[in-house]
Design a protein around this ligand. Structure first.
Ligand code: SAH
Length: 242
């Protein structure tokens, strides 16, 4: 079966899974997922599966990308923050739907590859940053929408705080991989409302920057910019394949 035929099959499956927003479906149709997965997985690019992208991370399952994107109800003039750029696939989908995407990734090599792909696709409304996304991106806050692609134990307060009034955030919550849910946080004049959505399996939100080549992590002493490989003291190793 050709990639194009597999893509059509995937779109039909996404519709059956409740992803019916035409803007979301057309964004998924327009973004070539095959360039966001490692060469050896190309033939699986339009299967409904998460795939490894290196550094113990994964590109999310298409149905999860679809559900999260749809649940955000993104308007074309909106400013969106994404935590966990990963391959850049979800970033590309978001960039088709809003005015500007700000995306943060803690693994520098993943971010570089993602930037190259976004450039290749001519997506110019994306601003990227290497760093710890659990802090959000204060200088450019507030955001109309926030999408976190890594799971924390609770809804990250720093991120919720950077939502504009009328803003919506979708984030996986739960540290145990077999007990995680997507949570939708809505902010209005009176405060925050949270709703639980479907069960999911995301990699953990790791509150530090990563040093990538050997999978070990370094904790910077004075902020992300000091995390030059080899200069920060090694700490625990994590980020194993989820
Ligand atoms: N949406 C991505 C998948 C991301 S997987 C895609 O479509 O490919 C989750 C990503 O979150 C990983 O790349 C991981 O490195 C990143 N991540 C985890 N904790 C983070 C943090 N504190 N700040 C920024 N990125 C983080």
């Amino acid at each position: 079966m050709t990639l194009a035929a597999r893509k059509i099959r995937l779109i039909i499956m996404l519709r059956q899974a409740g992803i019916t927003d035409p803007r979301v479906l057309s964004a998924i149709e327009l973004v070539p997922r095959e360039i966001f997965v490692p060469e050896i997985f190309r033939d699986q690019a339009y299967e409904n599966v998460a795939l490894p992208i290196g550094h113990g991370q994964t590109i999310s399952q298409p149905v999860v990308v679809g559900l999260m994107t749809q649940a955000l109800q993104i308007g074309e003039r909106m400013k969106v923050l994404e935590i966990g750029t990963g391959s850049g696939y979800q970033t590309a989908i978001l960039s088709k739907l809003c005015r500007r995407v700000y995306t943060v990734e803690r693994h520098r090599p993943l971010l570089r590859d993602a930037e190259a792909r976004l450039e290749q696709l001519g997506l110019r409304n994306v601003t990227t940053r290497y760093g710890d996304g659990s802090e959000g991106w204060r200088p450019v806050a507030p955001f109309d929408r926030i999408l976190a692609a890594a799971a924390a134990a609770e809804v990250p307060a720093n991120l919720a705080d950077q939502l504009a009034e009328g803003g919506v955030m979708i984030t996986p919550v739960g540290t145990r991989r077999d007990d995680q849910r997507l949570v939708r946080v809505t902010r209005d004049a009176s405060g925050f409302k949270t709703e639980e959505m479907v069960r999911v399996h995301f990699v953990p939100l790791v509150p530090s920057v990563g040093e990538a080549d050997n999978g070990s992590e370094h904790r910077p002493e004075s902020g992300p910019e000091s995390a030059v490989p080899g200069t920060a003291p090694p700490s625990r190793s994590e980020g194993g394949a989820q």
